[in-house]
Design a protein around this ligand. Structure first.
Ligand code: HPA
Length: 240
């Protein structure tokens, strides 16, 4: 177990969270839904110690949502920060060490589909890794050959869909394409992404999905759509 896991385990106080949640940009206010919150310093993870994370309101929170024990990681480290696809490895490994079985990942993304306008939510059913890298490069065992056929757990996806129907929240679904960032896409890249089968593009989540599967966690993921084909249509390229 990592030193961070030892420290965080001692703070669980009998709670056995099976669910971990990563909150993407703009979704941080969900921490307000966490009952009996116990906040731990996120800077126990080295990746969160460097700029710009020193000053960002990232947090590691344990508590309950709807009576269910959860650990919420609000804020993430992106690949584009330092070119490190492994930046989220220790936090995800720590969730696993604390007994978490399911990781729910959220992000903001750019839509490539007219029927997924800004403000809509897209359940991620699959991804395309367009970054050319993987967090598992350099892992020194055959465990690195992780299968990603059902990376986004079908049973969890069904539960997410059922919950959305019950709560009357429109939920699209589609394929998320990971660009390294931090620049946005060109019009040609946006056209390519659509041709290759993507429904949304973004700069996160995929390395976390790969790491989660490496550590044997089940994954569910959703994108909040913040913009439409940013590189494509000049009238819609203003920063939001
Ligand atoms: N492209 C890449 N990442 C993003 C976008 C986008 O249009 N919107 C939000 N994250």
């Amino acid at each position: 177990m990592t030193a961070a896991a030892d420290m965080l385990k001692a703070r669980l106080a009998g709670l056995s969270p099976r669910y971990g949640i990563v909150l993407g940009s703009g979704l941080g206010s969900l921490v307000e839904a966490v009952a009996d919150p116990v906040r731990s310093p996120i800077r126990i993870f080295r990746a969160f110690r460097s700029a710009p994370y020193r000053d960002m309101p990232a947090s590691w929170l344990q508590g309950k949502i709807g009576g269910v024990p959860v650990i919420v990681l609000s804020g993430r480290v992106h690949f584009y920060e330092r070119g490190d696809a492994n930046a989220m490895r220790t936090p995800i490994e720590t969730l696993k060490a604390l007994g978490v079985e399911t990781l729910i990942l959220t992000n903001s993304a750019g839509s490539l589909r007219e029927d997924l306008p800004p403000g809509s939510v897209m359940q991620i059913t699959d991804h395309i890794n367009f970054s050319g890298t993987s967090p598992l490069i350099g892992v020194d065992s055959d465990d690195r050959f992780v299968g990603l056929t059902s990376a986004y757990d079908p049973a969890l996806a069904e539960r997410m869909r059922a919950a959305a129907i019950k709560l009357d929240i429109p939920l699209g679904s589609g394929v998320y394409m990971w660009f390294s960032g931090p620049n946005f896409e060109t019009p040609a890249e946006i056209r390519m992404a659509r041709i290759l089968g993507a429904d949304a593009v973004g700069m996160s989540t995929v390395p976390e999905v790969i790491l989660a599967r490496f550590f044997g966690l089940k994954v569910a993921a959703a994108s909040v759509i913040t913009n439409f084909r940013r590189g494509h249509d000049r009238r819609r390229t203003q920063p939001s």
